[in-house]
Design a protein around this ligand. Sequence first.
Ligand code: CP
Length: 313
Amino acid sequence: MRWSRKDLFGIEGLSKKELFTILKISKYYKNSMKSKPAKSFKILKGYTIINMFFEASTRTRISFEVAEKRMGAFTINFNVAISSVKKGETFIDTIKTINAMHIDAIVIRHSDRGIPQLTKKYFNGSVLNAGDGTHEHPTQALLDLLSMWEHIKCFKDIHIGIIGDILYSRATRSLIIGLNTLGAKVSLIGPPTLLPEYFKDWGVDIYYKLDTIISELDILYVYRIQKERAELLKPTIPSIGEYAKLYRIDTQRIKKAKKDALIMHPGPVVRGSEVSTPLYDSKQCLALDQVTSGVAVRMALLQLLLKGEINNE
Ligand code: CP
């Protein structure tokens, strides 16, 4: 059996079998990180990968680079600020230029939806979506699913509450699609201005008050209010303080949750806003485990998309 997809544009369209294939290989690579130094592989020796981040990133950008290096690939980081984009070169001409260098894969983050698909039109190698506007952030969802999977028995048995900025979060979209595919129960929780009723069409329940549903949740997945999309956000919440009163996970609110409920956060966290510092730093919160999962998932995806290999033994 081989993996046939060459690109990752989103979670949409991935089957349950494909998701579990990615998760199983990711688990293998997560275990490989337990040795000191973390184990490196030669699977991608001779491959060249370019990371093109047109938006700020710490976790996704660095973990892709770590994953590429641990898999033995050459890594190039495209620096927009000193690129010829600044001299007026178009996005398409930039991609054509990179294609002419016989690069094997592009990892791309951009503020516009659909940029990975546009990239693919002018690039012969693999394209991996590292976040496109408000559309999808597939590797974030996959790493979330890996961290969840390691802490639960079965996706079908769990109820996940996704709390916060649902409307503008690409990571939320990818996560909902993934959880739906794996059969988990999903509830979305947030202010009506960030949680339109049409989200019900995604096969999830929606709640406007966290306290109404918190006692039923196994995982509290907390999203940050995205200030970088401030123009979009302006009319949606009166203030971060008002938001925090209803939705922040803090020591008082967590008393209403199940004792073993897990807290997850994709980062970057705004401490004190969506989650209080003591809870974010507690063992109950998987945020840093999610970061480790991020390296593993990206190693697995590079293996699958570039080599098509499913077996690691
Ligand atoms: N979660 C996430 O995408 O973080 P970065 O923006 O730091 O990559």
